[in-house]
Design a binder for this molecule. Sequence first.
Ligand code: ADP
Ligand code: MG
Length: 257
Amino acid sequence: MSDPILKVTDLSRNFDGIKAVSDLSFVVQPGEIKAVIGPNGAGKSTLFNMIAGVTPPSSGEIHFQGQRIDALPTAKRAEMGIARTFQNLQIFPEMTVLENVMAGRHMSGDIGMMRAILRLPATVAEERRISAEAMELLGRFGLKGLATTRAGDLSFGQSKILELARALACDPTLLLLDEPAAGLPHAEADEMSRVIRELNAGGMTVVLVEHNMRMVMSISHDILVLNNGQWIAEGDAKHVSTHPDVLAAYLGEEEDA
Ligand code: ADP
Ligand code: MG
């Protein structure tokens, strides 16, 4: 087996006495689609925030491509090849679709990000190249015709695809997707599955947090199940979907609801 692309070791994060993530260890192999599932409050978003560098861990280590990253700034991790989308859509509604993707290209640096928001061109040549690359990405996702549309005017499904395109603009090797199918109707969720599978076929490693079990079960090579911040099971769709602790965790959620 090859060296893992991502290695999480004894990772914990507390919030005012709540153990959001607790002594969590797992690896992600290069080229795989790994799903992270679990009931609401299981710690999935907190885990993503620690990998992307938004939330510092309370303890533990994160290694990416063999290098320890848990103390590095977000921008540095983005530069190294880690990109993410958010559980709550985070596009810039007042900017055009094209500008949103171009902003992603600049996101590897805080200064670049500010420049993108303020629309200050780097150099004309650089801006032109970035624009051409962003257009190409839009083309891949069928959004080219909407390049000059205000992002806030897109449908919800189109916005989710736009956010994904923006994450891809910095050419990541590891893509973290936080609920990419949330709120999408069946057909659009299936389209999202197709896009993720295609990216993965192109060599991209994907870690996917998702409640849509149809998506999780159909595209994941490996599934990690969390409950109350803790590792409870890991394996393929068949293993986790029949695991008694997994069933108990989800049953608990239904009883709470
Ligand atoms: P999930 O994404 O699996 O639904 P989260 O990672 O969002 O779970 O949350 C895990 C736990 O940590 C929850 O109990 C949540 O209330 C708590 N939590 C998450 N973020 C914060 C925060 N910024 N401040 C305080 N508590 C938080
Ligand atoms: Mg979450």
